[in-house]
Ligand binder design. Structure first.
Ligand SMILES: Cc1cc2nc3c(=O)[nH]c(=O)nc-3n(C[C@H](O)[C@H](O)[C@H](O)COP(=O)(O)O)c2cc1C
Length: 176
């Protein structure tokens, strides 16, 4: 049994939901798993974990600044452990942008940091127009119109492939 920390950065909660699913998978495999926002993870004794996973969503082209800061602060520790990173974004709904080697946000982010995660994944996120503020709804609909995505302002669509999430959870469990 190993101890796994899944630390996340989530604005609307979807990345947190993905992390909760990963915890279910890991716990079913008999691992002790903690899921917490990145900020709260800072208060833990990170040395106590065998594997640390970081998950973060994209908003207007970027992960939240706390993600790179956490990585920078704890890079040496992360490198001593099993470690993984995943990103969540809407562009990943497109098959040609859905893999670590092809998702533009992940490619760019990895160029900006020097940490090389042992495991990488990209998940398509969730669209929830009714819950967005006016300006956000306007902007996302504009982006969707330009990329042939759904523009119905009532649309709530979960693009996440949950079987892919489960498979990633199992890969986490088999990390050395
Ligand atoms: C205001 C806003 C801006 C977003 N910007 C982008 C973006 O630039 N590129 C993208 O692929 N997805 C973008 N998304 C989609 C989110 O990444 C997606 O909804 C994800 O599921 C959000 O995860 P979270 O709830 O954990 O924050 C945006 C969503 C919102 C609400």
């Amino acid at each position: 049994m190993s101890r796994i920390l899944i630390a996340y950065s989530s604005t609307d909660g979807h990345t947190r939901t993905i992390c909760a699913r990963l915890r279910q998978v890991a716990q079913r495999q008999g691992h002790f798993t903690t899921v917490l926002p990145l900020a709260q993870s800072e208060t833990l004794d990170l040395e106590a974990f065998d594997t640390i996973v970081i998950g973060a969503s994209i908003r207007y082209g970027k992960h939240q600044p706390e993600v790179a800061k956490f990585i920078q602060r704890h890079q040496a520790l992360l490198e001593r452990k099993g470690n993984a990173f995943f990103t969540v974004n809407i562009v990943a709904r497109k098959p040609e942008k859905s893999r670590p080697e092809t998702n533009p946000y992940l490619i760019k982010f990895l160029r900006q940091i020097s940490w090389k995660p042992k495991l990488l994944e990209v998940f398509a996120g969730r669209l929830d127009y009714p819950s967005y503020r006016f300006v956000d709804r306007f902007m996302i609909r504009l982006i969707m119109r330009m990329t042939n995505g759904p523009t119905d302002p009532k649309a709530v669509i979960d693009f996440t492939d949950w079987a892919q999430v489960d498979a990633f959870g199992l890969r986490l469990c088999s990390m050395p």
